[in-house]
Ligand binder design. Sequence first.
Ligand SMILES: Cc1cc2nc3c(=O)[nH]c(=O)nc-3n(C[C@H](O)[C@H](O)[C@H](O)COP(=O)(O)O)c2cc1C
Length: 188
Amino acid sequence: MKFDEIIENRHSSRSFKDKKVNFEHILEAIDASLKGPFAGNLNNLKFLIIEEEKTIREIAKFSHQEWINEAQAIIVVCSNDIHLENQYGERGRIYSRQQAGAAIVTILFKLTELGINSCWVGAYQDELIKQLLDIPSHIQIEAIIPLGYEKGIVKKPRKISLENAIRWENFETTKRPTIFKEPPLYRE
Ligand SMILES: Cc1cc2nc3c(=O)[nH]c(=O)nc-3n(C[C@H](O)[C@H](O)[C@H](O)COP(=O)(O)O)c2cc1C
């Protein structure tokens, strides 16, 4: 699949078939995320792979999201701020959130390439999930990613327009200043 296709195809899926996902595909997606950038090349992340139905049901309950019961597996993305904080102080904590987010998106894209559907879930009861999975209190849960093979096909709506998201040269300017002349398309 071309990168543009992966971007277009990725969407949040919240309904899954009763068909197992090969754990090696899950490992591939996580491995892809480890090839991304890390501040100071310090990896702050751990990924818990949950395949047991009983645990999936508990996670659905602690997230108050019924649809998660249908997930065939869940990746719980965890981070530890300590090394980044030691290296970068307060900013280290920001880096920790940022590189977790970058890793999560890489996982979603890689799963899409592998034909596996998923959803970034950020709403859950941290403390209950930590207890359930024996996650130490100093570790952050950055996201949970329920995954599987989607039931039906969900049409993806167009996202925010590019024009709305762009500013030129400063935060207020919405049009590209005319002082930047277009270069000729062809020069002899
Ligand atoms: C930080 C974050 C938290 C999210 N939390 C949830 C969630 O708890 N439950 C859920 O169903 N979707 C959640 N989503 C998915 C968004 O609803 C979804 O990405 C958005 O509606 C855009 O749709 P798309 O992913 O299909 O493009 C979350 C996404 C992000 C980035």
